[in-house]
Design a protein around this ligand. Structure first.
Ligand code: TYD
Length: 216
């Protein structure tokens, strides 16, 4: 298995439940890294490529039920294409990839949330990506009830999907994320996401600075 990156590239993923502030933090982190003189590719799963946008539409907006194993395969297919066409090339160019969600989302949502086998889901993603693991994964940890309140206040809140899964699902996802972080402490940094965007950003930067300094 390869940890992310070519010579000086770094693969940083942001993970967390709905409403944990990942996209806000990804944008703030990109700006900070660029201020440090790094070239950044900011991307997301699902949907970082044209194929991914189609897959995202299929998995999230298809009327009715998508079978859990089909859902897992669709996210894995998106990931395979995204890594091969965007992420690996950027890392090989020495860029910093800042990515909203990666394989830990599948382990947490499809594994714990949909109650599939988490180890199999992880293996599926590792096969799909030819073993690409992030250099650093920031887990933005938030109480699901607080996350949902934040989402409900958003103008584009995907409200029906949230209601469909329920708070119990979100609690399983959160617990799974925390277990993943505990199992891989060298890759994960757990950040309390309940603070203001600036407070959370300061904490994110402290972890990112540490891995970039270690690469020098
Ligand atoms: P989206 O609206 O794209 O963004 P956000 O990350 O802001 O929630 O929703 C992504 C949804 O997709 C989210 O509910 C988690 C889910 N998801 C999975 O279930 N498995 C995965 O592997 C990925 C990448 C996402």
């Amino acid at each position: 298995m390869t940890a992310g990156g070519g010579a000086s590239g770094a693969f940083i993923t942001l993970e967390g439940g709905d409403g944990s502030g990942k996209s806000t933090q990804a944008a703030m982190l990109q700006a900070w890294l660029e201020g440090e003189g790094r070239t950044v590719m900011r991307t997301r799963e699902p949907g970082g490529t044209p194929l991914g946008i189609e897959i995202r539409r299929l998995v999230q907006h298809t009327e009715g039920h998508v079978a859990p194993r089909a859902e897992a395969l669709l996210y894995a297919a998106d990931r395979a294409h995204h890594v091969a066409t965007l992420v690996r090339p950027a890392l090989e160019r020495g860029e910093v990839v800042v990515q909203d969600r990666y394989l830990d989302s599948s382990v947490a949502y499809q594994g714990a949330g949909r109650e599939l086998d988490g180890a199999q889901i992880r293996d599926l993603s590792l096969w799909a990506t030819d073993g690409l693991l992030p250099t650093l994964t920031i887990l933005l940890d938030i109480d699901p009830a607080v996350g949902r309140e934040r989402m409900a206040r958003r103008a584009d809140a995907p409200y029906d999907r949230l209601e469909e899964t329920g708070l119990e699902f979100a609690e399983r996802v959160r617990a799974a994320y925390l277990r993943l972080a505990e199992a891989e402490p060298a890759r994960f940094a757990v950040v309390d996401a309940s603070g203001t965007p600036d407070e959370v950003h300061a904490s994110v930067v402290s972890h990112v600075r540490a891995i970039l300094d270690a690469q020098r």
